[in-house]
Write a protein that binds this ligand. Structure first.
Ligand SMILES: *[C@@H]1O[C@H](CO)[C@@H](O)[C@H](O)[C@H]1NC(C)=O
Length: 381
């Protein structure tokens, strides 16, 4: 018994080490913003619209395998490693290494809030506190599943006394929808993955956070147009076969590219409606803000010769690689510092020279619907 249980661990350790040496990544050594941006508010803010980046104490996440970072550290040619959850590299909530080597929203935030907690490190599942911390994403999750994840997040936060639930400001990043889209074609318009159900499930999850977590900002990464997946696995025999299992609707030829886009846009519309409804702005210490940088992208990242840049993807051509996570994290961060109404809805994923932006010194807060409409009334503290 000892040999079979030992062997995989050994192989795992080996592959992780080799991968560190060879995988492309994106980091910003020496990244600096105006000195004023590193100062906390004089008093801990009471409004979600007056939260400076150094005021954030806790980070967490809900989502699927893209947030659990499946395969992010998988060496090229090792598709089996896609079963591993490289949470420490995850764009929304990973905290392995530093911004010098690898961009994640948590690694950028650590620059402003060095005692930030809640980010994941290493490889493991959502129920392993030491690894996962407050990243409650579960591979395969659909919108209905983030309801369960929201409850789990609340429970985990309440059971760790190092988190001051009443006073600490928390940033919860949410990204969901790919697995809903992957099943969308299997039913009629009013099926379980309809826009209405999706919106209801996302709303329920966020309401659970609102009811149980004061001083929280929910930042939702906008849905992406999954038609780009078809370009990634085109003519790649292995990936093509794998996606039949990972994403049946992507492989269903009668479900056209336009059908894929249309389904994804229904979820994007649902997210926008949630924000516009104002239902999560009824108390001053909670808000919801959408980050739409993915929305209008229809082509995957390309190399200068026009071929898909597979450096961006894990060996299954679906999940993001280490570099993919860092690049997505950069664009998500840039969206977070842009005011609502002027956020990018489309970014050039192929251009690694696009800078990582600093918060705006004239409105140095996590941008929300309210401080984007009028920042001046939040500037006194
Ligand atoms: C998701 O939404 C549908 C439609 O409202 C509902 O029937 C289902 O119970 C929801 N799932 C969860 C986990 O709340």
């Amino acid at each position: 018994m000892a040999i079979p249980s030992c062997l995989p661990l050994f192989i795992l350790a080996l592959s992780v080490t080799t991968s560190l040496a060879s995988q492309p990544d994106l980091g910003y050594p020496g990244w600096q913003c105006d000195a004023s941006l590193y100062q906390k508010s004089k008093k801990v803010p009471t409004s979600a619209h007056a939260v400076r980046f150094p005021d954030i104490k806790v980070i967490g996440a809900l989502g699927d395998s893209l947030t659990a970072a499946n395969g992010a550290g998988a060496p090229k040619g090792d598709p089996l490693a896609v079963i591993l959850q490289y949470r420490g590299l995850a764009f929304q909530c990973g905290g392995d290494s530093t911004l010098d080597e690898h961009v994640t929203v948590a690694n950028v935030l650590k620059k402003f809030s060095p005692s930030l907690m809640g980010y994941s490190t290493g490889i493991g599942s959502s129920n392993v506190w030491e690894i996962s911390k407050l990243n409650q994403a579960v591979p395969g999750a659909q919108a209905a599943d983030i309801v369960t994840q929201a409850r789990a997040l609340v429970h985990v936060m309440h059971s760790h006394s190092e988190i001051d639930i009443k006073n600490d400001w928390k940033l919860i990043n949410v990204f969901i929808g790919a697995n809903d889209m992957c099943r969308y074609c299997e039913e009629k318009e009013n099926g379980i993955h309809s826009k209405a159900n999706w919106k209801q499930n996302v709303t329920t999850a966020i309401q659970i956070l609102k009811d149980n977590l004061p001083r929280t900002i929910v930042s939702m990464t906008g849905m992406f147009d999954m038609r780009m997946l078809r370009q990634i696995d085109h003519d790649k025999y292995f990936c093509d076969g794998l996606h039949v299992f990972e994403c049946p609707c992507e492989k269903k030829s009668s479900f056209t590219n336009d059908d894929v886009s249309q389904a994804c846009h229904l979820y994007m519309d649902a997210q926008q409606e949630i924000q516009d409804s104002g239902i999560f702005d009824t108390t001053d210490d909670f808000t919801f803000v959408l980050q739409p940088f993915f929305n209008d992208i229809v082509t995957p990242p390309l190399k200068p010769d026009g071929e898909v840049n597979l450096d961006w993807f894990a060996p299954d051509c679906f999940h993001f690689s280490r570099l993919g996570h860092a690049n997505v994290a950069k664009h998500l961060w840039n969206n977070i510092v842009q005011p609502v109404g002027s956020k990018n809805h489309k970014v050039d994923l192929s251009d690694p020279t696009i800078p990582l932006n600093c918060p705006d010194v004239t409105c140095p807060f996590i941008r929300t619907t309210k401080n984007s409409a009028d920042c001046s009334k939040y500037l006194s503290n």
